[in-house]
Design a protein around this ligand. Structure first.
Ligand code: MG
Length: 387
């Protein structure tokens, strides 16, 4: 059997590193064609040395020389810049692109891959939040699959295998993050290091903060809408602190299917790489003996208002999710730098959502424009708060 040729965009991030760990288990099944990173040039070079891809890309051009020097004894092509990311997903002979770049930056390479008929394993949820209509329309027109990597969406995707529609609703589970049960009087004083301590999942910084604010679940509702063609009323969020039921599909006959397992991103990553097959692995196994009690609660959207804002963006649609996402990326970044407080993130997002002009049916250029202006507005508000 030919090896599956994989491009990994964002190989130095959390999902990218775990993708390489999965691939390393099956040297005869996969070949890594291209890896890309942003700032962690040392790790990118180390990965290149181990997996010997044909091409390595640094998204940030200022790291080009350092990367080139680090790999000068190897027959590896080194490229830099955003255009290079599009180039490596335009080539024929690629079987799957793992899209693991965080944020809006992942949108263009995903669209380019789909336009070129290359299936995408999508870990970058912001891509669908920002321009889900365009992304899914492109995938449909080119008849290519978008395979979810996000654990909840992978769960739903797995539950839908062998089904022919008939979804009544989906239930997205949420761990609740590190501040579950807390109220505003506590949250007002929360700092980055505390917010970065997620109880169950080990993930990148951006998504860990999004999990603490529950924005992550809001982004995931919008992601699910596009992936599974759902109406807002067909989605429910349930707090399930143990994170072993990864999500649930309820069908029109009242039957429920859930996908379960330990909270380990390598499982959905592996499924996206091997789909529609399953490969044996030696990851730790779930045991009911270790989980005598599974709990389910309503999310507290009065305290964690980011989820309410995301539900509003989901309902209203158009460019509002794009605006919300841009503001969220900026405030999370500022919070990680201790420039603004935990609750100020929500205040700023809300203000930006209320101020940017709404468009019902934006084109790709409109999304880019509105991402840009929402970021600028957010930056101003951050500057005001941090003075
Ligand atoms: Mg998730």
């Amino acid at each position: 059997m030919d090896k599956r040729k994989i491009v990994i965009l964002g190989s130095t991030g959390s999902v990218g590193r775990q993708t390489l760990e999965v691939i390393a288990q099956y040297p005869n099944k996969f070949s890594v064609e291209t890896i890309s990173g942003w700032n962690n040039t040392a790790l990118l070079a180390e990965q290149a040395r181990k997996f010997l891809p044909k091409t390595v890309v640094t998204g940030d051009e200022k790291n080009y020389q350092e990367l080139k020097d680090a790999l000068k004894d190897l027959p590896i092509k080194v490229l830099a810049g955003a255009e290079a990311l599009n180039e490596v997903v335009s080539n024929g002979g690629v079987d799957l692109v793992m899209a693991a770049i965080v944020g809006f930056a992942g949108l263009m390479p995903v669209l380019t891959a789909l336009e070129n008929g290359i299936p995408v394993a999508l870990a970058n949820k912001e891509t669908l939040v920002v321009a889900g209509d365009i992304v899914m329309e492109t995938a449909k027109r080119k008849k290519v699959s978008v395979i979810p990597v996000d654990s909840e969406h992978s769960a739903i995707f797995q539950c839908l295998q062998g089904e022919h529609g008939g979804i009544e609703k989906i239930i997205l589970t949420a761990s609740g993050g590190p501040f579950i049960g807390r109220k505003t009087n506590f949250l007002v004083n929360v700092k980055r290091d505390h917010a970065l301590q997620h109880p169950n999942w080990h993930m990148g910084e951006k998504i860990t903060i999004d999990s603490a604010t529950l924005m992550n679940k809001g982004l995931e509702m919008i992601e699910a809408k596009w992936l599974f063609d759902l109406q807002p009323e067909q989605m429910e969020v349930v707090i399930h602190q143990q994170s072993v039921i990864h999500s649930v599909v309820q069908f029109v006959d009242g039957s429920l299917k859930a996908q379960m397992g330990l909270p380990d991103m390598k499982v959905p990553i592996q499924y996206a790489l091997t789909y529609p097959d399953r490969f044996e692995n030696s990851f730790p196994r779930f045991s009911f003996k270790n989980y005598p009690k599974l709990t389910f609660d309503r999310p507290d959207i009065k305290t964690f208002r980011n989820l309410a804002l995301a539900m509003e963006a989901l309902q209203k649609g158009g460019n509002l999710p794009c605006i919300m996402n841009a503001a969220n990326e900026e405030v999370v970044h500022a919070f990680l730098k201790n420039k603004i407080g935990f609750l100020e993130m929500t205040e700023i997002i809300e203000e930006v959502m209320g101020s940017c002009p709404w468009m019902e049916k934006p084109a790709l250029a409109d999304y880019r424009q509105c991402d840009q202006s929402a970021r600028e507005m957010t930056q101003k508000l951050i500057a005001q708060k941090s003075n």
